[in-house]
Design a protein around this ligand. Sequence first.
Ligand code: ZN
Length: 134
Amino acid sequence: MELMIVIAILGVLITLAVPSFKKAQISARWRKCQSNMKTLEGALDNVASEHDEGESDIPANIKKACWDDSAGKVDITQTEMEYLLKFGYIKHILKCPISSQVKYQFDTDKGEMYCPFHKAYRSAKNPYTNNDNS
Ligand SMILES: [Zn+2]
């Protein structure tokens, strides 16, 4: 009998806790996404400062992101990621933690990465943060 009551109470507690766990998880994924974008911005900065504009083995989209101010939103695809990885600008392939299908974009107007899944720039505030924590 007591065991049943304990199990019932645990069940209620878990039911109450799950939504806040989910919220925390979603919030953590956005922070991870932002940190990926920050790393990518840094990587593009380094490419831009280490190479001349004429360097031919740099993928076209990286050239656009680094040197073409009029390009707009430039996709950072698998090809670009592999280039950045190969030459040590990033340590591993960086994708939105929510969907690996998402291609990060570099906005040459803003000079900032954009996540099409989160529909947000790297510097955007965390929309999932509650008032009750950090
Ligand atoms: Zn994202």
